[in-house]
Design a protein around this ligand. Structure first.
Ligand code: NAP
Length: 223
């Protein structure tokens, strides 16, 4: 266990980057609580660890969602509609309403720690990849930007992490560029879920109350 033993709540820990983040923290003996909508899946993934599992679908908030923030010092939010085709209504419900439900639960529980929010880079720029994303996920840009606004207005201390195109690769193979200004999402702005998980953990451990907003992707290989 770390000296401070700050407990992290992860929302979105049953797949993708959230799962990698949770496993990294568990490996470091850090206390973790997760919110999952599917009990069986969560128990299969985390049942043998000391991870606390709270069952809640963020689009159908209940008291468990608010209670999940009790005793929590850090939040890492990676939940989203799954990486496949989705309707605008699904995107609105999960990526905006669900996110707002989580913010409301955090505030109502009096959460005072840092809220780390993972989203996609390039929301503020048009690019070929963003157009494709908009075809697979109509309204994604609008609802993700609205979620960012909601976080900014929430009064919570936050980190926004805008990641490049995800690749599955081990961590630390490439240098990660971290910028404060959004960039267009392109094939050249990729990053692994593993490296992104590292950034999320790093952001979550910041102890000051300054908000941060970073864009992360792999730096170009030196030629
Ligand atoms: N794909 C890319 O190239 C890319 C690039 C940059 C950023 N991003 C963003 O990074 C984030 C994470 O993406 P990812 O692909 O790593 O993760 P992912 O595989 O999409 O995992 C999403 C997680 O959210 C959970 N979830 C979905 N709906 C939920 C609900 N209603 N209630 C509770 N939990 C719910 C899922 O639970 P279940 O396991 O139950 O489904 C899962 O744990 C997303 O915001 C994504 O847009 C993606």
């Amino acid at each position: 266990m770390s000296v401070q033993s700050a407990k992290t709540l992860i929302i979105g820990a049953t797949a993708g980057t959230g799962l990698i983040t949770a496993k990294k923290l568990i490996q470091q003996n850090e206390p973790v609580r997760i919110i999952a909508r599917n009990r069986l899946k969560a128990v299969q993934l985390f049942g043998t660890s000391n991870t606390e599992i709270v069952i809640c679908d963020i689009t159908k908030p209940n008291d468990a969602l608010r209670d999940a923030f009790k005793g929590i010092q850090r939040v890492i939010y990676t939940a989203a509609v799954p990486p496949r085709r989705a309707s605008e209504e699904e995107i609105r419900q999960v990526d905006f309403e669900g996110f707002n439900n989580v913010l409301a639960a955090a505030k109502s529980a009096g959460f005072k720690g840092r809220f780390v929010y993972l989203t996609t880079m390039g929301l503020n720029h048009s690019s070929f990849l963003m157009k494709i994303l908009g075809m697979i996920k109509p309204g994604i840009v609008q609802w993700r930007l609205a979620a960012i606004e909601a976080l900014r207005d929430s009064g919570l201390t936050y980190s926004i992490v805008r990641a490049g195109l995800f690749k599955n690769a081990t961590a630390g193979k490439r240098q990660v560029a971290s910028l404060e200004e959004d960039r267009p999402l392109t094939m050249g702005t990729a990053i692994s879920r593993n490296d992104t998980a590292g950034v999320l953990i790093q952001e979550s451990t910041k102890t000051d109350s300054r908000n941060s907003d970073v864009v992360v992707y792999w730096q170009k290989k030196a030629s």
